[in-house]
Design a protein around this ligand. Structure first.
Ligand code: NAD
Ligand code: NA
Length: 398
Protein backbone atom coordinates (compact mmCIF):
# COMPACT_ATOMS: atom_id res chain seq x y z
CA UNK A 1 0.00 0.00 0.00
CA UNK A 2 1.22 3.50 -0.87
CA UNK A 3 0.31 5.84 1.98
CA UNK A 4 -0.26 9.54 1.41
CA UNK A 5 -1.23 11.89 4.25
CA UNK A 6 -4.91 12.54 4.86
CA UNK A 7 -5.80 15.48 7.06
CA UNK A 8 -9.20 16.95 7.93
CA UNK A 9 -8.93 20.46 9.35
CA UNK A 10 -6.36 19.97 12.11
CA UNK A 11 -7.00 16.27 12.54
CA UNK A 12 -4.64 13.73 10.99
CA UNK A 13 -6.62 10.79 9.61
CA UNK A 14 -3.73 8.40 8.98
CA UNK A 15 -0.05 7.84 9.54
CA UNK A 16 2.94 6.41 7.71
CA UNK A 17 4.39 3.52 9.77
CA UNK A 18 7.85 3.64 8.15
CA UNK A 19 7.94 7.42 8.47
CA UNK A 20 7.13 6.99 12.18
CA UNK A 21 10.14 4.67 12.36
CA UNK A 22 12.41 7.33 10.86
CA UNK A 23 11.10 10.00 13.23
CA UNK A 24 11.69 7.75 16.25
CA UNK A 25 15.20 6.97 14.98
CA UNK A 26 15.92 10.67 14.45
CA UNK A 27 14.81 11.41 18.02
CA UNK A 28 16.98 8.59 19.36
CA UNK A 29 19.94 10.09 17.53
CA UNK A 30 19.28 13.49 19.10
CA UNK A 31 19.22 11.89 22.58
CA UNK A 32 22.46 10.00 21.88
CA UNK A 33 24.23 13.08 20.48
CA UNK A 34 23.18 15.32 23.38
CA UNK A 35 24.75 15.68 26.81
CA UNK A 36 24.58 12.29 28.60
CA UNK A 37 23.26 12.08 32.16
CA UNK A 38 22.96 9.52 34.92
CA UNK A 39 19.32 8.90 35.73
CA UNK A 40 16.78 6.38 36.95
CA UNK A 41 17.12 2.69 36.14
CA UNK A 42 13.43 1.74 36.23
CA UNK A 43 10.75 4.03 34.84
CA UNK A 44 7.00 4.02 34.22
CA UNK A 45 5.66 6.51 31.65
CA UNK A 46 1.93 7.10 31.30
CA UNK A 47 1.18 8.57 27.86
CA UNK A 48 4.42 7.20 26.39
CA UNK A 49 3.55 6.84 22.71
CA UNK A 50 3.76 10.41 21.42
CA UNK A 51 4.62 14.02 22.19
CA UNK A 52 6.28 14.72 25.53
CA UNK A 53 5.83 11.18 26.85
CA UNK A 54 7.65 9.57 23.92
CA UNK A 55 10.44 12.17 24.01
CA UNK A 56 10.82 11.48 27.73
CA UNK A 57 11.08 7.76 27.13
CA UNK A 58 13.66 8.22 24.36
CA UNK A 59 15.79 10.57 26.45
CA UNK A 60 15.72 8.20 29.43
CA UNK A 61 16.64 5.15 27.36
CA UNK A 62 19.18 6.69 25.00
CA UNK A 63 20.44 9.87 26.72
CA UNK A 64 22.88 8.25 29.12
CA UNK A 65 20.56 6.93 31.81
CA UNK A 66 19.92 3.63 29.98
CA UNK A 67 16.57 3.30 31.71
CA UNK A 68 14.35 0.25 31.43
CA UNK A 69 10.88 1.60 30.70
CA UNK A 70 7.24 0.61 30.91
CA UNK A 71 5.03 2.70 28.62
CA UNK A 72 1.24 2.96 28.86
CA UNK A 73 -0.73 4.46 25.99
CA UNK A 74 -4.08 4.36 24.24
CA UNK A 75 -3.53 3.55 20.58
CA UNK A 76 -5.24 1.88 17.62
CA UNK A 77 -3.73 -1.40 16.49
CA UNK A 78 -2.50 -1.73 12.93
CA UNK A 79 -3.88 -4.74 11.03
CA UNK A 80 -3.14 -6.44 7.70
CA UNK A 81 -5.69 -4.18 6.01
CA UNK A 82 -5.74 -1.02 8.08
CA UNK A 83 -3.01 1.30 9.23
CA UNK A 84 -3.01 1.80 13.01
CA UNK A 85 -2.37 5.04 14.86
CA UNK A 86 1.06 6.70 14.87
CA UNK A 87 1.53 5.92 18.56
CA UNK A 88 0.96 2.22 17.88
CA UNK A 89 3.97 2.16 15.55
CA UNK A 90 6.02 4.53 17.73
CA UNK A 91 5.70 1.95 20.51
CA UNK A 92 6.87 -0.82 18.18
CA UNK A 93 9.89 1.12 16.89
CA UNK A 94 10.91 2.39 20.30
CA UNK A 95 10.78 -1.13 21.71
CA UNK A 96 12.79 -2.56 18.83
CA UNK A 97 15.55 0.05 19.25
CA UNK A 98 15.64 -0.22 23.06
CA UNK A 99 15.81 -4.02 23.00
CA UNK A 100 18.71 -3.84 20.54
CA UNK A 101 20.64 -2.04 23.27
CA UNK A 102 19.66 -4.61 25.88
CA UNK A 103 17.03 -2.43 27.57
CA UNK A 104 13.60 -3.54 28.72
CA UNK A 105 10.79 -1.71 26.88
CA UNK A 106 7.40 -3.01 27.91
CA UNK A 107 4.22 -1.57 26.39
CA UNK A 108 0.72 -1.65 27.78
CA UNK A 109 -1.99 -0.49 25.37
CA UNK A 110 -5.25 0.50 27.01
CA UNK A 111 -6.90 2.91 29.40
CA UNK A 112 -4.48 4.39 31.96
CA UNK A 113 -7.49 5.77 33.87
CA UNK A 114 -8.80 2.30 34.73
CA UNK A 115 -8.11 0.29 37.87
CA UNK A 116 -7.51 -2.77 35.64
CA UNK A 117 -4.58 -1.08 33.92
CA UNK A 118 -3.06 -0.11 37.28
CA UNK A 119 -3.42 -3.72 38.41
CA UNK A 120 -1.76 -5.13 35.29
CA UNK A 121 1.15 -2.69 35.44
CA UNK A 122 1.60 -3.34 39.15
CA UNK A 123 1.74 -7.10 38.63
CA UNK A 124 4.27 -6.66 35.86
CA UNK A 125 6.50 -4.45 38.04
CA UNK A 126 6.35 -7.01 40.85
CA UNK A 127 6.76 -10.16 38.75
CA UNK A 128 8.98 -9.15 35.83
CA UNK A 129 10.39 -5.64 36.22
CA UNK A 130 12.53 -6.19 39.30
CA UNK A 131 9.89 -5.20 41.87
CA UNK A 132 10.46 -1.44 42.15
CA UNK A 133 10.58 1.72 40.05
CA UNK A 134 12.54 4.97 40.44
CA UNK A 135 10.41 7.37 38.38
CA UNK A 136 6.83 7.80 37.21
CA UNK A 137 6.23 10.33 34.42
CA UNK A 138 2.66 11.43 33.80
CA UNK A 139 2.14 12.64 30.23
CA UNK A 140 -1.43 11.58 29.41
CA UNK A 141 -3.47 13.98 27.28
CA UNK A 142 -7.07 13.01 26.67
CA UNK A 143 -10.44 14.55 25.93
CA UNK A 144 -12.34 11.91 27.88
CA UNK A 145 -11.98 9.95 31.11
CA UNK A 146 -14.17 7.34 32.70
CA UNK A 147 -14.04 7.68 36.48
CA UNK A 148 -12.95 4.18 37.55
CA UNK A 149 -15.04 4.34 40.76
CA UNK A 150 -18.34 5.83 39.54
CA UNK A 151 -18.19 4.63 35.92
CA UNK A 152 -19.21 8.13 34.80
CA UNK A 153 -17.60 9.27 31.55
CA UNK A 154 -16.32 12.86 31.75
CA UNK A 155 -15.46 14.98 28.71
CA UNK A 156 -13.05 17.88 28.84
CA UNK A 157 -13.39 21.05 26.82
CA UNK A 158 -11.15 23.98 26.06
CA UNK A 159 -13.11 27.14 26.78
CA UNK A 160 -12.59 30.48 28.50
CA UNK A 161 -14.21 31.20 31.88
CA UNK A 162 -16.46 34.25 32.46
CA UNK A 163 -15.60 35.73 29.08
CA UNK A 164 -15.81 34.96 25.40
CA UNK A 165 -12.70 34.24 23.43
CA UNK A 166 -11.97 34.82 19.77
CA UNK A 167 -8.88 34.12 17.74
CA UNK A 168 -7.44 32.52 14.65
CA UNK A 169 -6.67 28.82 14.36
CA UNK A 170 -4.69 27.05 11.65
CA UNK A 171 -6.44 24.75 9.27
CA UNK A 172 -3.59 22.49 8.20
CA UNK A 173 -5.54 20.82 5.45
CA UNK A 174 -6.57 24.03 3.69
CA UNK A 175 -3.45 25.98 4.68
CA UNK A 176 -5.70 28.76 5.89
CA UNK A 177 -6.43 30.39 9.18
CA UNK A 178 -9.94 30.53 10.53
CA UNK A 179 -11.46 32.85 13.08
CA UNK A 180 -13.04 30.98 15.96
CA UNK A 181 -15.03 32.31 18.85
CA UNK A 182 -15.56 30.21 21.93
CA UNK A 183 -18.22 30.85 24.56
CA UNK A 184 -17.59 30.92 28.28
CA UNK A 185 -17.66 27.50 29.94
CA UNK A 186 -20.40 26.38 32.33
CA UNK A 187 -19.58 25.23 35.87
CA UNK A 188 -20.20 21.67 34.75
CA UNK A 189 -17.76 21.98 31.84
CA UNK A 190 -15.09 23.32 34.17
CA UNK A 191 -15.62 20.46 36.63
CA UNK A 192 -15.50 17.87 33.84
CA UNK A 193 -12.27 19.27 32.42
CA UNK A 194 -10.67 19.12 35.87
CA UNK A 195 -11.87 15.51 36.17
CA UNK A 196 -10.18 14.56 32.88
CA UNK A 197 -6.99 16.64 32.86
CA UNK A 198 -6.54 17.45 36.57
CA UNK A 199 -4.47 15.46 39.03
CA UNK A 200 -6.96 12.80 40.18
CA UNK A 201 -5.70 9.99 37.99
CA UNK A 202 -2.03 10.82 38.65
CA UNK A 203 -2.81 10.73 42.36
CA UNK A 204 -4.44 7.28 42.00
CA UNK A 205 -1.27 6.01 40.34
CA UNK A 206 1.22 7.48 42.79
CA UNK A 207 -0.78 6.40 45.85
CA UNK A 208 -1.24 2.88 44.51
CA UNK A 209 2.47 2.49 43.70
CA UNK A 210 3.47 3.80 47.14
CA UNK A 211 0.86 1.65 48.98
CA UNK A 212 1.94 -1.45 47.09
CA UNK A 213 5.57 -0.76 48.00
CA UNK A 214 6.92 -0.79 44.43
CA UNK A 215 8.84 2.50 44.66
CA UNK A 216 12.53 2.73 45.48
CA UNK A 217 13.95 5.15 48.05
CA UNK A 218 14.28 8.57 46.42
CA UNK A 219 11.39 7.81 44.04
CA UNK A 220 10.34 10.75 41.84
CA UNK A 221 7.18 11.54 39.93
CA UNK A 222 6.75 14.34 37.40
CA UNK A 223 3.62 15.44 35.49
CA UNK A 224 3.61 17.91 32.62
CA UNK A 225 1.84 21.25 32.81
CA UNK A 226 1.55 24.39 30.71
CA UNK A 227 1.14 28.09 31.43
CA UNK A 228 1.92 30.20 28.32
CA UNK A 229 1.61 33.95 27.80
CA UNK A 230 -1.00 36.63 27.08
CA UNK A 231 -2.01 35.36 23.61
CA UNK A 232 -3.43 32.09 24.89
CA UNK A 233 -4.23 33.17 28.47
CA UNK A 234 -8.03 33.54 28.21
CA UNK A 235 -8.51 30.20 26.48
CA UNK A 236 -5.71 28.28 28.17
CA UNK A 237 -4.42 29.22 31.60
CA UNK A 238 -7.48 31.27 32.67
CA UNK A 239 -9.79 28.79 30.97
CA UNK A 240 -11.09 25.29 31.70
CA UNK A 241 -7.78 23.55 30.93
CA UNK A 242 -5.95 26.04 33.18
CA UNK A 243 -8.22 25.00 36.04
CA UNK A 244 -7.27 21.40 35.38
CA UNK A 245 -3.56 22.30 35.31
CA UNK A 246 -3.94 24.16 38.61
CA UNK A 247 -5.52 21.05 40.08
CA UNK A 248 -2.64 18.97 38.71
CA UNK A 249 -0.12 21.37 40.25
CA UNK A 250 -1.89 21.29 43.66
CA UNK A 251 -1.97 17.50 43.47
CA UNK A 252 1.81 17.56 43.06
CA UNK A 253 2.16 19.47 46.34
CA UNK A 254 0.02 16.87 48.18
CA UNK A 255 1.78 13.91 46.61
CA UNK A 256 5.15 15.45 47.35
CA UNK A 257 4.36 15.42 51.08
CA UNK A 258 3.48 11.73 50.91
CA UNK A 259 6.47 10.70 48.82
CA UNK A 260 9.04 12.79 50.66
CA UNK A 261 7.90 11.42 54.03
CA UNK A 262 7.69 7.79 52.96
CA UNK A 263 10.55 7.51 50.49
CA UNK A 264 12.66 10.63 50.73
CA UNK A 265 11.63 11.30 47.15
CA UNK A 266 9.89 14.15 45.35
CA UNK A 267 6.84 14.88 43.24
CA UNK A 268 6.38 17.97 41.09
CA UNK A 269 5.06 19.30 37.82
CA UNK A 270 7.23 20.53 34.99
CA UNK A 271 5.85 23.42 32.97
CA UNK A 272 6.94 22.62 29.42
CA UNK A 273 7.08 24.83 26.35
CA UNK A 274 4.45 25.02 23.60
CA UNK A 275 4.98 22.37 20.91
CA UNK A 276 2.97 20.82 18.09
CA UNK A 277 1.29 17.60 19.22
CA UNK A 278 -1.88 15.71 18.48
CA UNK A 279 -3.36 17.15 21.68
CA UNK A 280 -2.27 20.78 21.22
CA UNK A 281 -3.46 21.06 17.59
CA UNK A 282 -7.01 21.28 18.95
CA UNK A 283 -6.55 24.22 21.29
CA UNK A 284 -8.08 27.38 19.74
CA UNK A 285 -5.37 29.86 18.65
CA UNK A 286 -2.60 27.66 20.12
CA UNK A 287 -1.33 26.59 16.69
CA UNK A 288 -1.01 30.22 15.55
CA UNK A 289 0.72 31.17 18.78
CA UNK A 290 3.09 28.20 18.41
CA UNK A 291 3.87 29.16 14.78
CA UNK A 292 4.66 32.71 15.85
CA UNK A 293 6.75 31.41 18.72
CA UNK A 294 8.81 29.11 16.44
CA UNK A 295 9.73 32.11 14.33
CA UNK A 296 10.59 34.41 17.24
CA UNK A 297 12.55 31.72 19.08
CA UNK A 298 14.48 30.85 15.91
CA UNK A 299 15.45 34.53 15.45
CA UNK A 300 16.94 34.45 18.96
CA UNK A 301 18.68 31.12 18.26
CA UNK A 302 16.45 29.53 20.93
CA UNK A 303 14.02 27.39 18.92
CA UNK A 304 14.00 24.08 20.75
CA UNK A 305 11.92 21.17 19.39
CA UNK A 306 10.13 18.69 21.65
CA UNK A 307 12.99 16.16 21.83
CA UNK A 308 15.67 18.73 22.66
CA UNK A 309 13.43 20.48 25.20
CA UNK A 310 12.60 17.23 26.98
CA UNK A 311 16.20 16.12 27.01
CA UNK A 312 17.29 19.44 28.55
CA UNK A 313 14.58 19.05 31.19
CA UNK A 314 15.91 15.61 32.17
CA UNK A 315 19.66 16.13 31.70
CA UNK A 316 19.98 19.63 33.21
CA UNK A 317 17.04 19.88 35.58
CA UNK A 318 15.40 16.66 36.85
CA UNK A 319 18.69 14.68 36.87
CA UNK A 320 21.06 17.62 36.46
CA UNK A 321 22.49 20.37 38.58
CA UNK A 322 20.32 23.32 37.45
CA UNK A 323 16.78 22.39 38.47
CA UNK A 324 15.05 25.83 38.16
CA UNK A 325 11.96 25.52 40.39
CA UNK A 326 9.55 28.46 40.77
CA UNK A 327 8.00 29.70 44.04
CA UNK A 328 5.15 27.16 43.65
CA UNK A 329 7.61 24.28 43.37
CA UNK A 330 7.10 23.76 39.63
CA UNK A 331 10.03 23.00 37.33
CA UNK A 332 10.29 25.72 34.66
CA UNK A 333 11.94 24.63 31.39
CA UNK A 334 9.42 26.99 29.74
CA UNK A 335 11.45 29.99 30.96
CA UNK A 336 12.92 30.29 27.44
CA UNK A 337 9.42 30.71 25.99
CA UNK A 338 8.31 33.20 28.61
CA UNK A 339 11.01 35.87 28.55
CA UNK A 340 9.59 39.40 28.15
CA UNK A 341 11.41 39.81 24.86
CA UNK A 342 10.03 36.60 23.29
CA UNK A 343 6.52 37.30 24.54
CA UNK A 344 6.48 40.96 23.45
CA UNK A 345 7.72 40.09 19.98
CA UNK A 346 5.16 37.28 19.72
CA UNK A 347 2.27 39.56 20.74
CA UNK A 348 3.32 42.21 18.20
CA UNK A 349 3.39 39.69 15.38
CA UNK A 350 0.20 37.97 16.52
CA UNK A 351 -1.70 41.29 16.53
CA UNK A 352 -0.76 41.93 12.89
CA UNK A 353 -1.82 38.53 11.58
CA UNK A 354 -4.51 38.40 8.92
CA UNK A 355 -5.87 35.64 6.72
CA UNK A 356 -3.69 37.02 3.90
CA UNK A 357 -0.33 37.53 5.59
CA UNK A 358 -0.08 34.73 8.16
CA UNK A 359 2.31 32.58 6.12
CA UNK A 360 4.84 35.40 6.07
CA UNK A 361 4.38 36.50 9.67
CA UNK A 362 4.55 33.15 11.42
CA UNK A 363 6.41 29.92 10.68
CA UNK A 364 3.48 28.01 9.26
CA UNK A 365 5.83 25.79 7.26
CA UNK A 366 7.59 24.60 10.38
CA UNK A 367 4.31 24.09 12.24
CA UNK A 368 3.04 21.99 9.35
CA UNK A 369 6.25 19.98 9.18
CA UNK A 370 6.08 19.20 12.91
CA UNK A 371 2.42 18.28 12.48
CA UNK A 372 3.14 15.96 9.54
CA UNK A 373 6.13 14.46 11.39
CA UNK A 374 3.80 13.45 14.24
CA UNK A 375 2.25 10.99 11.84
CA UNK A 376 5.40 9.93 10.06
CA UNK A 377 5.04 12.23 7.05
CA UNK A 378 7.61 14.68 5.66
CA UNK A 379 10.42 12.81 7.42
CA UNK A 380 13.80 13.27 5.77
CA UNK A 381 15.06 10.27 3.86
CA UNK A 382 11.82 8.30 3.63
CA UNK A 383 10.58 7.17 0.22
CA UNK A 384 6.86 7.91 0.32
CA UNK A 385 6.26 6.40 -3.11
CA UNK A 386 7.30 2.94 -2.03
CA UNK A 387 4.98 0.23 -0.86
CA UNK A 388 4.24 -0.15 2.87
CA UNK A 389 3.92 -3.82 3.83
CA UNK A 390 0.94 -3.83 6.19
CA UNK A 391 0.90 -7.62 6.41
CA UNK A 392 4.45 -7.71 7.76
CA UNK A 393 3.80 -4.71 10.00
CA UNK A 394 0.78 -6.45 11.51
CA UNK A 395 3.05 -9.25 12.75
CA UNK A 396 5.08 -6.77 14.85
CA UNK A 397 3.83 -6.29 18.41
CA UNK A 398 4.31 -3.18 20.59
P1 NAD B 1 0.09 13.72 22.98
O1 NAD B 1 -1.29 13.72 22.39
O2 NAD B 1 1.24 13.74 22.08
O3 NAD B 1 0.27 12.45 23.95
C1 NAD B 1 -0.76 11.99 24.76
C2 NAD B 1 -0.44 10.60 25.24
O4 NAD B 1 -1.49 10.17 26.13
C3 NAD B 1 -0.36 9.54 24.13
O5 NAD B 1 0.69 8.64 24.43
C4 NAD B 1 -1.70 8.82 24.25
O6 NAD B 1 -1.68 7.47 23.79
C5 NAD B 1 -1.89 8.86 25.74
N1 NAD B 1 -3.27 8.65 26.19
C6 NAD B 1 -4.38 9.38 25.89
N2 NAD B 1 -5.46 8.86 26.52
C7 NAD B 1 -5.02 7.79 27.23
C8 NAD B 1 -5.64 6.83 28.07
N3 NAD B 1 -6.95 6.87 28.36
N4 NAD B 1 -4.87 5.84 28.60
C9 NAD B 1 -3.55 5.77 28.32
N5 NAD B 1 -2.90 6.66 27.56
C10 NAD B 1 -3.63 7.65 27.02
O7 NAD B 1 0.09 14.95 24.01
P2 NAD B 1 1.23 15.90 24.63
O8 NAD B 1 1.02 17.24 24.03
O9 NAD B 1 2.55 15.26 24.60
O10 NAD B 1 0.70 16.01 26.13
C11 NAD B 1 1.27 15.35 27.22
C12 NAD B 1 1.23 16.26 28.44
O11 NAD B 1 2.10 17.39 28.20
C13 NAD B 1 -0.15 16.85 28.74
O12 NAD B 1 -0.34 16.90 30.13
C14 NAD B 1 -0.04 18.24 28.18
O13 NAD B 1 -0.93 19.16 28.80
C15 NAD B 1 1.40 18.56 28.52
N6 NAD B 1 1.98 19.71 27.79
C16 NAD B 1 1.84 19.82 26.44
C17 NAD B 1 2.34 20.94 25.78
C18 NAD B 1 2.19 21.11 24.30
O14 NAD B 1 2.44 22.21 23.80
N7 NAD B 1 1.84 20.08 23.56
C19 NAD B 1 3.02 21.93 26.52
C20 NAD B 1 3.19 21.77 27.89
C21 NAD B 1 2.64 20.65 28.52
NA1 NA C 1 2.75 12.37 25.70
Amino acid sequence: MIIKPRVRGSLALNCHPMGCKKIVEDQIKIAKDSKQYKGPKKVLILGASSGYGLATRISLAFGGSKSDTIGVSFEKEGTEKKVGSAGWYNNIWFKEAAEKEGLIAKNFIGDAFSHEMRKEVLEYIKDEFGGKIDLLVYSVASGVRQDPDTGIVHRSCIKPINEEFGGYTLNIQKEEIEYMSVESATEEEIANTVKVMGGEDWSHWVKTLVDEDVCNEGFKSVAYSYIGGDITRAVYRDGTIGQAKEHLEQTAVELNTLVSEKLGGEVYTSVNRAITTKASAFIPCFSIYASVLFKVMAEQGKEEPCMEHTHRLLADMIYGDSPNFDAQGRMRPDSWELTDEIQEKSVNIYNDITEENFKELCDFKLYKKYFMNLNGFEADGVDYDSDVDLEWLSTLRP
